[in-house]
Design a protein around this ligand. Structure first.
Ligand code: TRP
Length: 362
């Protein structure tokens, strides 16, 4: 069986380092591993509209931002198909048929939907489109017969819902769709990188993100303002590394060889943590190190972005061509689905003959 990746992001803002360690970095590795037959990366504008219906301009503006972030991280249009969700009407058609296979109560139990309803104060006024977006996400994934979905932990319930829809579809209509596997980051710190204020989630509205497109100076300022252990007041005080954003970021980003370069008094992160825990290591020193670590990872991304920013029409061309290629794949799956559901009437000669015989006009 071919190995196929499908994943994507909502274009509601520039991508941040949480997206990067949670999924983006992995996607680039998977792309370059050569282990996958097809890789589809989707800008989920239609999904973004499910809770931004009154703000379409935000979505419209951010499509190119997300595309620039993708390209600058190293997603390569020669190896991965980058496309825009709304340009594939087949996804809507698939969603429409899948809707018959999912109950309202099952959607209400979807933990991501539940949490988002709370976060957005939707309560009873939840838009139907938003409520049903897990179904549309199942369409996104299954349209490409994706086997592998590299995403952050928050997307787990979506993949679970997709698997259920696949199993239900296949049991009702016969083997047609492929059950996807989720691929989570292997490092715990990458599962959910906190904001620089220590809040569990990085979010634009909380103003606690480090963006991939931030300048060197922005990154430095944000790192130096990061929350640490609130009880670590004096350098000599023992500090806590658990739940300490600065150390969580180091867990996500730092490699041993970076110590030799930027902090040669320590061989690795364990030694640095031990000193911090013991007392005698100041926050500023750790933050300066984190800044160097982050800058090393972000500098090449920033440089590639600068290049792509000079070729915006070419970026749209990449998305256009990607959308064309992706649409062909989705259209093939839709044909398979319609055939399994036996709603491909005009290609179904047996049906035509059967009906003709019933009326004895053959
Ligand atoms: N829900 C994802 C997010 O909020 C975006 C997305 C839409 C997606 N469809 C998808 C991710 C299919 C993986 C697979 O970022």
């Amino acid at each position: 069986m071919s190995k196929i990746i499908l994943t994507g992001d909502r274009p509601t803002g520039r991508l941040h380092v949480g997206h990067y360690v949670g999924s983006l970095r992995r996607r680039v590795e998977l792309q370059n591993s050569g282990m996958f037959d097809k890789i589809y990366i989707m800008i989920a504008d239609a999904q973004a509209l499910t809770d931004n219906a009154e703000n379409p301009e935000k979505v419209r503006q951010n499509i190119v931002e997300v595309a620039l972030d993708y390209l600058s991280c190293g997603l390569d249009p020669a190896k991965s198909t980058l496309f825009i969700q709304s340009q594939l009407p087949e996804l809507c058609e698939l969603s429409f048929y899948y809707m018959n296979l999912v109950t309202v109560s099952r959607l209400q139990r979807n933990p991501t939907v539940k949490a988002e309803i709370q976060m957005r104060n939707f309560e009873a006024s939840i838009p139907v489109g938003f409520f049903t977006y897990p179904i549309s996400q199942a369409a996104d994934i299954t349209a490409f017969k994706a086997t592998t979905v590299p995403v952050g932990e928050d997307q787990l319930p979506m993949i679970e819902q997709t698997k259920e829809i696949v199993r239900k579809f296949n049991s009702v209509y016969g083997d047609t769709l492929v059950e996807p596997e989720v691929l989570l980051p292997d490092n715990k710190a990458c599962l959910r990188l906190p904001g620089i204020d220590g809040k569990a989630k990085m979010s634009k509205s909380l103003n606690n993100c480090i963006y991939l497109s931030d300048t060197e100076e922005d990154v430095r300022k944000k790192v130096m303002s990061m929350f640490t252990d609130p009880n670590h007041l004096q350098v000599s005080d023992p500090g806590r590394v658990e739940g300490n954003p600065v150390f969580i970021y180091l867990d996500a980003f730092c490699k041993d060889d970076m110590f030799a370069e930027y902090l040669p008094d320590y061989a690795n992160l364990d030694e640095l943590k031990a000193h911090y825990t013991r007392g005698g290591l100041g926050d500023v020193k750790v933050k300066k190190f984190l800044n160097n670590v982050l800058q090393e990872e972000l500098a090449p991304i920033r440089a590639r972005r600068k290049e792509w920013e000079k070729q915006i029409p070419a970026v749209y061309d990449i998305l256009k061509e990607g959308s064309r290629v992706a649409r062909e794949a989705a259209s093939q799956t839709l044909d398979d689905v319609k055939k399994s559901m036996k709603i491909n009437y005009f290609e179904d000669n047996a049906l035509i003959t059967e009906q003709a015989q019933k009326y004895q006009n053959v």
